[in-house]
Design a protein around this ligand. Structure first.
Ligand SMILES: *Cc1c(COP(=O)(O)O)cnc(C)c1O
Length: 413
């Protein structure tokens, strides 16, 4: 099964056991019990390089690296760091994967895994509603290397299967929940299609977090998160992670040593600190978002609400089966045009107007202006982005305060 990632060389308390709940894993997962200086927290090993006592020490290290039986140590900052490694073990434990590798940002994680695996002349199938930069990377950068991308509608598994080209397609990529429409991919079905056609599968699980969903347990090959969002949880750092089978992650770690997208040890420390409270934060965000989605759905000035926890959501049944919570992001359409929607957003007192999501503070944005400003209304509509669409990424504030804030802002339009 899972959690074999636990390295025999280190003594890890049984609080890392995969039978533990996800809050316990968030606090203790991957953490060593014996720490430098008896400190409870993982030290920040702020160094770019590592030293050898003498020539024999170096020779012993090189021999052990070749034969894989030596002491555990690092060589150079781009190849590894103990603070980073500690977070990687925690993230593997949380997602139920064998190993995890951290990157400098979510985009660095996405681009590194694709660059590491895809040969020229290969092909990717991706679902339509997805992070804009991921699609841009596939359709412009990878295209230059002769790698083609087919984009299929979310939820159309016949189209997804039909898009697979035998011997050419190497990856099926999807988000779940998606951005900005919170569509839910049937990850079990995607995993099955991948196995059937011998194609690797990757789910960007950023919006769900390992608290709400663990795609590896449904047979997916790779899970990616922008750790900038819920995992770090405080809008104070950028990082990304890929979780999966040990041999594949090992190869990806080697690729990171070449591509160079490493996370700074200081940021790794902050990320570990953030992850410890992931369980309580995400549960509060789930609660807030569900209450807000239900409130908005009943409000006459709201035309449509997209939230997987609502029975009206097209994939509510899949979300119910695959997820243990529906997440902290709600998208909705205000009854009004671009500027009326802006007026509503301006009237909100608690959330900040900002891109991103997953932190303790509520953030609100109008995708038409924040992400697609340079496009016309018609071009945006062709991409499925309406002018009156609002994305509300709720924080951990009190539910009642957020509801009252929404009420007074909707009264103002
Ligand atoms: C933010 C985000 C990314 C990119 O992550 P960065 O850390 O900003 O590079 C990728 N996928 C999803 C779903 C995201 O929300």
């Amino acid at each position: 099964m899972v959690a074999q990632h636990v390295d025999e060389r280190i003594s890890i308390s049984n609080s890392n056991s995969n039978s533990n709940g996800n809050s316990t894993r968030a606090v203790h997962g991957g953490t060593r019990r014996e720490k430098a200086y008896h400190a409870l927290n993982t030290p920040i090993v702020q160094t770019a390089t590592y030293t050898f006592t003498n020539t024999q020490d170096l020779i012993d290290y090189m021999e052990s690296k070749t034969w894989g039986d030596g002491e555990e140590r690092e060589e150079y900052g781009r190849y590894g760091n103990p603070t980073v490694a500690s977070v990687e073990r925690k993230l593997a434990a949380l997602d139920g994967g064998e190993d995890a590798v951290l990157f400098a940002s979510g985009m660095s994680a996405v681009t590194s895994i694709l660059l590491a695996v895809l040969p020229s002349g290969s092909h990717i199938v991706m679902t339509h509603d997805c992070y804009r930069r991921t699609r841009q990377f596939c359709q412009t950068f990878l295209k230059r290397f002769g790698i083609e991308t087919s984009v299929v509608p979310c939820g159309d598994y016949e189209a997804l299967e039909a898009a697979i080209i035998p011997k050419k397609t190497r990856f099926i990529i999807s988000e779940s929940p998606t951005n900005p429409y919170l569509r839910i991919a049937d990850v079990a079905r995607i995993a099955e299609l991948g196995h059937q056609h011998k194609v690797l599968t990757l789910i960007d699980s950023t919006f769900a977090t390992p608290i709400n969903q663990r795609p590896l347990e449904w047979g997916i090959d790779f899970v990616v998160h922008s750790a900038t969002k819920y995992l770090s949880g405080h809008n104070d750092l950028l990082a990304g992670v890929v979780v999966g089978r040990a041999d594949r992650i090992h190869a990806l770690r080697d690729a990171r040593g070449v591509l160079g997208g490493v996370v700074d040890p200081q940021n790794a420390f902050l990320l570990e600190r953030g992850i410890k409270t992931l369980g309580v934060r995400v549960r509060q965000q789930n609660t807030n978002a569900q209450a807000i989605a239900e409130y908005l759905e009943a409000h006459p000035k709201i035309e449509r609400v997209w939230y997987p926890g609502l029975a009206s959501h097209p994939e509510h049944h899949i979300a119910n089966a695959q997820m243990s919570g529906f997440g902290g992001v709600i998208s909705f359409e205000v009854a009004g045009d671009l500027m009326t929607t802006g007026k509503f957003i301006d009237a909100m007192q608690i959330p900040y107007i900002a891109p991103s999501l997953g932190g303790v503070e509520s953030l609100i944005e109008q995708p038409a202006l924040m992400s697609y400003y340079e496009k016309t209304t018609e071009e945006r509509l062709a991409l499925g982005i309406k002018d009156n669409l609002v994305r509300f990424a709720v924080g951990i504030e009190d539910t009642v305060d957020l509801l009252e804030d929404l009420e007074q802002a909707l009264d103002a339009i």
